[in-house]
Design a protein around this ligand. Sequence first.
Ligand SMILES: *[C@@H]1O[C@H](CO)[C@@H](O)[C@H](O)[C@H]1NC(C)=O
Ligand SMILES: *[C@@H]1O[C@H](CO)[C@@H](O)[C@H](O)[C@H]1NC(C)=O
Ligand SMILES: *[C@@H]1O[C@H](CO)[C@@H](O)[C@H](O)[C@H]1NC(C)=O
Ligand SMILES: *[C@@H]1O[C@H](CO)[C@@H](O)[C@H](O)[C@H]1NC(C)=O
Length: 208
Amino acid sequence: MQLPSPVRPPPTCRFLHWPEAFRTPPIVPVAIYILTHKDGPRAETCSNYSFPSNQVFDSCMDLPVLQASLHWNYSQLTTKVQIAYRAIQIPRGWIAWALNPTGRGMIGSQALLAFRHSNGSMIAYSTSIASYNPSMLPSELSIPVSDISAEYVDKQMIVFGVLGPLGNQTSFNHVWQGGSTVSDNIPQVHPLSGQNVESLGLVNFLSS
Ligand SMILES: *[C@@H]1O[C@H](CO)[C@@H](O)[C@H](O)[C@H]1NC(C)=O
Ligand SMILES: *[C@@H]1O[C@H](CO)[C@@H](O)[C@H](O)[C@H]1NC(C)=O
Ligand SMILES: *[C@@H]1O[C@H](CO)[C@@H](O)[C@H](O)[C@H]1NC(C)=O
Ligand SMILES: *[C@@H]1O[C@H](CO)[C@@H](O)[C@H](O)[C@H]1NC(C)=O
C-alpha cells in the first residue's frame, strides 16, 4: 500500500529519531487485530466445551460471528442430525439457528428459536421464516423436527433439536441470529448491520 509521504516533522518533534518501523500508522495493527479477533479472544474452542447436562456431540464448529458455535451428531443411518446451537446472549435476549434448504440467508430459513419466557423458563420452538418481518411465533418446518429444548448457562443461550430425515443432502446453507429484546414473549428484530448480517454460511454434517 502506497502511503502519502509524511510531512517532514519539525526538528523538535519527539518522533524524529524513532526507527522507521514506528512510523507505520497505528491503524494498520489495529485493523489486523480487528480482522483476526472479530469476536474478541476466545477462552475455549467448541471441541472442548462442556455442556451443562453433559451431552457430548461428535462434531462442532465455531461460527465466525455472534460468538456462537454449532454442535451436532449426524446419523448416516437415519439421516437425522441432532443439533446444539449456542451463543453468548444476555438473559432477556433470544437466539435462533436455521437451515435454509431453499436459498441463502433469512428468507426460507427453517429455524430453531430460544429465549427466556416472561415466566422465567427457557422456551424453544421451531419457526419458519418466510419474510423479512416474520411473526417469530411457533410454526411447522419444511424439515421434520423434534426434541427441541433450550438452556441458559454461563451467559450462553443454547437451543437443542433434531432435524431430519434429511435424505441424501448433507451440506446446507445455514443462518444464525440473535437479538437483545423479547416483548410479550415475541423475539424482536435483531440489529440490521454488522455481525447480524454476516451470520450465514455452509454446514456439512459429514465434516467434523
Ligand atoms: C480448549 O482448547 C483450546 C485449544 O485447543 C485451549 O487453548 C484451551 O485452553 C482449552 N480450554 C479448556 C477449558 O480446556
Ligand atoms: C452423539 O453420538 C455419540 C456417539 O457417536 C454419543 O456418544 C453421544 O451421546 C451423542 N450425543 C447426544 C447428545 O446424543
Ligand atoms: C412458562 O411458559 C411456557 C410457555 O407457555 C411453558 O411451557 C412453561 O411451562 C412455563 N413455565 C412455568 C414455570 O410456568
Ligand atoms: C438424492 O435424492 C434425490 C431424490 O430423493 C435424487 O433425485 C438424487 O439423485 C439423489 N442425489 C444423489 C447424489 O444421490
